[in-house]
Design a protein around this ligand. Structure first.
Ligand code: ATP
Length: 735
């Protein structure tokens, strides 16, 4: 009996769950004993690679494999299940080898039609003459440079000469996966030398003794480029997970080499990962949280984000990735705690009990232990009405007070007028002379007195009091990972800093300034999060098609974006390897016509075979959500409105753009994108031109968030004048 190991490959992943079940049964048996009679593991006559085998999945399907020798035991590279004859033919012409230039494992198909051949063309072979095309070449690298990296000569020639990205990406499809990854990296602006160094670092020298099988297995175990398409399976749980993941769960198994490095790397202090929507930031966080806990199962890892809804989504992903990780929403236990940042602050306050009074005093100037209630949304307006008579008119706004409080008063822990008169207010657009400061302080005092009477605190106060408590009593976690960090304000960031003691792998933040829809700009280093020299950016988009991505990036143009490290946020250079239809932009003469059109679009998507729950209609606010839900139902389209709870299943869903943050759908309709609806509410910030510009930027970010939720199809509609945030012209197809 020979127990064997399985190496799964990305190719041949089957979309059909019934076949996946058969594959699992086959692989299960194979790992037990490859000589079991039902398996029929057989070599192929005249195969291009003597290691090629087929096995019996059922009467109709054959498994295609390579058999390797791993220290005397069999290890099988599994390349998928195929209809009988197709499987045999594939096994006959496939080869498995290590690229001699960079050590990356490759599967190739030989003896295929000349137009699909992926052999290295012999040096100096004549190239067919094409008519001269003087349009600019998109890649900016020569054929010789590309072949130096190990890219097949045929592909290198096409890529170096291409005048469109699509041409490069479709040519790459028939070549080993890593070659497409490298070309995409070059297209997104990763420097050539960086890629060359990375490939070189992963290469293992050929063994003079010639044990090619050992070299192959080593590449699978250690080479990140290889691991983007091959995975060594350690046990049956992992096997089941990986097989069941199918195509949709590819993120669980096949990480891009850059993602993998971010998962396994150790950092001396806080790290900042930037990246546009859909570039896999959450995927990196989930893998990294698991890796940190698996490295030492006594560790307390926190995975937090802006809202409870987002945290629930992340917890589901983590459970899918590794059902063995203990997931909790309570701080202080070993395992991975997944919880929204405000809910976590509330838990810290609750656990502190009466001991919190001292921290409340440090932040608010009076000691009290009643902190369980939350201040009402009306509280600033009430304080202005009762104590703001001396205020200049443009400051009599809740928005001014909320931002002054969050940006200046709380982070500086100001508890009396003297403190407020003296504090520096850098970055605040509106200047305040002494009398104005005194008038502002009277309102702050009224706000604090009222919340004291009610036994209430607001969310920013809660975060800062929790931070103050932890600074005094000690950190709760060994590692803290934050998603959507761009939305956290100063108090949240001070809280994050206090949650983990300073040290290796303490804080890891994922952010995208283009998706800041709540907070104002922040500088991480002001809150003890020094990320200088420890940050990077993901640019390859996995979610959105190239066509939809282009529209989304056009929405960003015209915005003045700054990231958490005070750098200008560059939105160029993002790429997607996925292709789909152009987004449709439709103007209607009235709301009724727009609703008729929306019903028509959703019906057409359903008729096209889309599962109902993979369709979303995104709107600006709750009123629109309810109106559209009713109107579509009246037009015979059964849809459901999503609120604060879980997104309902079984029907297309209507939700606000804010609620859509962090979600994804196959097809998305952005409804009501008129100038009257977005950008909105920036007049509330008229007290300060900077704050007003920031408010418009948030609206732009909101539209970008909404436009990047679609995996496949995107439609945009409006009635009346189109939103000025939309690109002027509908995107033109790439050539
Ligand atoms: N290596 C990968 N292989 C396949 N799919 C991937 C990979 N990495 C990420 N994805 C998929 O891409 C999509 C976007 O990933 P993710 O949600 O992590 O991105 P994000 O950067 O956090 O996006 P956003 O900022 O919009 O929330 C998801 O469907 C995810 O499964």
């Amino acid at each position: 009996m020979a127990e064997s190991t399985v190496i799964l490959t990305k190719r041949g992943r089957n979309a059909d769950p019934s076949i996946r079940k058969l594959e699992m049964a086959f692989l299960d048996k194979l790992t037990t004993d490859d000589a079991l009679p039902g398996l029929h593991i057989e070599p192929i006559n005249n195969s291009a690679d003597p290691r090629a085998r087929t096995g019996r999945v059922n009467d109709n399907y054959r498994a295609v494999l390579f058999r390797l020798n791993e220290n005397g035991s069999p290890a099988y590279v599994y390349c998928g299940a195929y209809p009988h004859d197709e499987g045999t033919a594939l096994a006959q012409r496939m080869t498995l080898n290590v690229n001699p230039l960079n050590g990356i494992l490759e599967i190739r198909e030989t003896e295929i039609a000349p137009s699909r051949r992926s052999f290295v063309a012999p040096q100096g072979s004549p190239q067919p003459k094409a008519p001269v095309d003087d349009r600019p070449r998109v890649l900016g690298h020569t054929e010789a440079e590309l072949t130096q990296l190990g890219i097949d000569a045929e592909l290198a020639a096409i890529a170096a000469d291409a005048t469109s990205e699509d041409k490069i990406l479709s040519a790459a499809e028939i070549h080993p996966d890593w070659q497409q990854n490298v070309l995409l990296d070059l297209l997104t602006g990763v420097p050539f030398d960086e890629i060359a160094t990375r490939l070189k670092a992963g290469a293992t020298p050929a063994d003079p003794e010639g044990d090619e099988d050992a070299r192959i297995i080593k590449a699978v175990k250690t080479n990140p480029e290889t691991q983007a398409s091959f995975t060594y399976i350690d046990n049956n749980d992992e096997l089941r997970q990986a097989v069941e993941a199918g195509d949709f769960g590819a993120w669980r198994v096949w990480l891009h080499p850059t993602q993998r490095r971010l998962v396994v790397a150790d950092y001396k202090g806080p790290y900042r990962l930037a990246g546009g929507a859909g570039t896999g930031k959450t995927v990196v966080l989930v893998h990294r949280a698991r890796r940190l806990w698996r490295a030492d199962e006594s560790r307390r890892v926190l995975l937090t984000t802006f809202t409870t809804n987002l945290a629930e989504g992340i917890a589901e992903q983590l459970a899918l990735l590794d059902s063995g990780v203990p997931i909790t929403d309570q701080p202080g236990q070993s395992g991975v705690c997944v919880v929204g940042i405000d809910a976590l602050a509330a838990r810290v306050l609750k656990q502190a009990g009466a001991g919190i009074a001292e921290d409340v005093e440090a932040v608010l100037g009076h000691a009290r232990a009643e902190v369980a209630r939350r201040t009402s949304n009306q509280a600033w307006q009430d304080a202005i009405d009762s104590a703001g008579t001396d205020l200049q008119a443009d400051l009599r706004r809740a928005e001014f007070f909320a931002s002054e409080y969050a940006a200046v008063i709380l982070p500086n822990r100001i508890t009396d007028e003297r403190g407020y008169l003296r504090v520096r207010r850098p970055g605040r657009g509106v200047r305040l002379a002494k009398a104005a400061r005194q008038a502002v302080w009277r309102v702050v005092q009224a706000y604090r007195t009222a919340s004291r009477v009610d036994g209430a605190i607001d969310f920013t106060e809660a975060a800062l009091i929790a931070a103050t408590h932890l600074q005094r009593t000690g950190a709760l976690f060994d590692h803290v990972l934050v998603d959507e960090a761009q939305d956290l304000g100063p108090a949240h960031l001070l809280f994050v800093r206090a949650l983990a003691a300073e040290g290796p792998n303490d804080v890891f933040l994922a952010e995208d300034a283009h998706q800041r829809i709540y907070g104002a700009r922040i500088v991480l280093s002001h809150y003890g999060l020094q990320v200088r020299g420890r940050s990077s950016r993901l640019k390859l988009n996995y979610r959105t098609t190239a066509q939809n991505l282009r529209l989304a990036q056009q929405i960003l143009e015209g915005g003045d974006w700054v990231d958490g490290d005070e750098g200008t946020e560059d939105h160029s250079g993002y790429r997607s390897a996925r292709q789909g239809p152009e987004p449709t932009l439709a103007e209607s003469e009235s709301l009724t016509v727009e609703l008729d059109r929306a019903a028509h679009i959703v019906k057409a998507w359903l008729a096209d075979g889309a599962k109902p729950e993979t369709i979303a209609i995104l709107v600006r606010d709750h009123r629109d959500r309810d109106r559209v839900t009713t109107a579509l139902s009246e037009r015979g389209v059964k849809v459901r409105a999503a609120g604060g709870d879980r997104i309902p299943a079984g029907a297309p869903v209507v939700m606000t753009m804010h609620r859509a943050k962090g979600t994804e759908f196959s097809r998305v309709l952005l409804f009501g994108i008129s100038e009257a609806s977005i950008p909105k509410s920036h007049n509330a910030y008229a007290f300060d031109p900077d704050a007003q510009a920031e408010a418009v930027l948030r609206e732009r970010a909101l539209l970008y968030v909404a436009a990047t939720r679609a995996r496949d199809a995107l439609a945009v509609s409006w009635s009346g004048a189109a939103s000025s945030l939309l690109p002027n012209n509908s995107p033109s197809p790439q050539d």
